[in-house]
Design a protein around this ligand. Structure first.
Ligand code: CTP
Ligand code: MG
Length: 381
């Protein structure tokens, strides 16, 4: 193996002060750690990721990184350095030529960073993305400035840092002193460590407020995608009427293989359309007996799951029910609440409204009910 990456995530996130470790906090709907892993893979250079986490979190980490080229998580240690050492030892059998070490708390690695770090290792034992310090530096003691520290030449080191694997493994096995990053071990041993450009966007989630900065860095990279859906079902006597997940009292109900909820069906098709993932019939074929009288809530939950699987977000959904009767307005708040719950979004992202067709056509003659839906998603390219 040429390039492997360690993803260290065994810290407790004490400075963040969240109820759990910061690497598991949601960022645009997905855990910080998942973003960090995908960011490492984006340049197409990393062949395998070795996650390192607390013993008790191993199952959780394996699950949230599922589907990526990731080795089973191994337990870390009491310090970051001990965690890196544990990850390096776990890679020994694969003996990669190059190992990258990345903080699980850094969800934004700008494209090109991994490639630049790997390229810089041509002729050096280590390479580090770093940013020159722009602010004036003050040494503060007891809440007062003790003195101004010259910032000439000072840089802020980020991750992923890259190393020749045998060199870093040997240094970690020998290390007596503790270091806050891996390059420090090379510097102490007199090895050359190269600098590649870091980025202001490469935030390490450390304090409250850092999640908002990471979100602001990620959002502009998302692509807006729009989808529309349309559905019609026939009105028949003797069936309950389900519209947008709510049972509405009415003399007739909609006929169909499932519960025939036109509103939810149109909405599902809008989502599948936005993702270019076919339509509801492809995911839930009417030819299959198990969908007979099915609660369409399951279909919408599936569609919402597809947005999440693509790392996307639902910006808004708008459903129009087209019928002469029953009157929809009294039921719209309950429908909005139900749809928002099924999609896992706040209610203000969902609209359910209705129109008649002035007694024209099949909705006007009350032979059936139609629904149309539009959604906007934000999805990583
Ligand atoms: N880390 C680790 N093992 C440790 C300590 C830290 O794997 N014993 C990891 C963290 O999970 C994080 C990275 O090293 O991804 C950078 O460390 P830091 O930002 O200090 O994270 P925490 O130690 O979790 O935070 P804090 O210091 O605020 O408790
Ligand atoms: Mg720490």
């Amino acid at each position: 193996m040429r390039v492997a990456a360690l993803l260290v995530a065994a810290g407790r996130g004490e400075r963040m002060g969240a109820p759990g470790p910061k690497q598991f906090l949601p960022l645009l709907g997905r855990p910080v750690l998942r973003h960090a892993a995908e960011a490492l893979l984006r340049d197409g250079m990393v062949e395998a990721i070795q996650p390192v986490c607390a013993e008790a979190e191993r199952g959780r980490v394996d699950a949230l990184l599922a589907g990526l080229p990731v080795l089973p998580a191994v337990p870390g240690g009491a310090t970051r350095q001990a965690s890196v050492r544990a990850g390096l030892e776990a890679l020994a059998a694969r003996a990669p030529a190059i190992v990258l070490v990345h903080d699980g708390a850094r969800p934004v690695v700008p494209p090109g960073t991994v490639a630049a770090v790997v390229a810089a290792l041509d002729g050096a034992e280590g390479a580090v993305p770093a940013q020159p310090v722009a602010d004036t530096l003050k040494l503060v003691a007891d809440g007062r400035v003790a003195r101004t520290v010259p910032r000439d030449g000072l840089h802020r080191a980020q991750t992923p840092q890259g190393f020749r694997y045998p060199t870093l493994l040997a240094l970690h096995r020998d290390a007596a002193e503790s270091a806050t990053d891996d390059a420090a071990l090379l510097e102490a041993a007199g090895h050359a460590v190269r600098i590649v450009p870091g980025s202001e966007l490469n935030v390490k989630i450390t304090y409250p407020g850092d999640l908002e900065r990471a979100e602001a860095a990620l959002l502009p990279r998302m692509l807006p995608r729009t989808g529309t859906g349309f559905d019609v079902h026939r009105l028949v006597p003797g069936r309950p009427l389900f519209l947008c997940g709510v049972e509405v009292p009415h003399a007739m109900g909609l006929d169909g293989h499932s519960d025939a909820d036109v509103g939810l069906h149109a909405l599902c098709d809008a989502i599948y359309g936005a993702l270019a993932e076919g339509d509801i019939g492809r995911h839930f074929p009417p030819s299959e007996a198990r969908w007979k009288d099915a609660d369409s809530a399951a279909f919408l939950r599936h569609a919402a799951g597809r947005i999440a699987a693509r790392g996307g977000l639902l910006a808004n959904a708008d459903v129009t029910l087209i019928c002469e009767r029953p009157k929809i307005t009294p039921h719209a708040p309950a429908m909005i609440a139900r749809v928002a719950e099924l999609l896992g979004v706040p209610e203000d992202r969902v609209s359910v409204k209705a129109t008649t067709t002035e007694r024209l056509g099949f909705p006007g003659r009350e032979e059936g009910i139609a629904a149309q839906a539009a959604v906007s998603l934000l999805v990583p390219p």
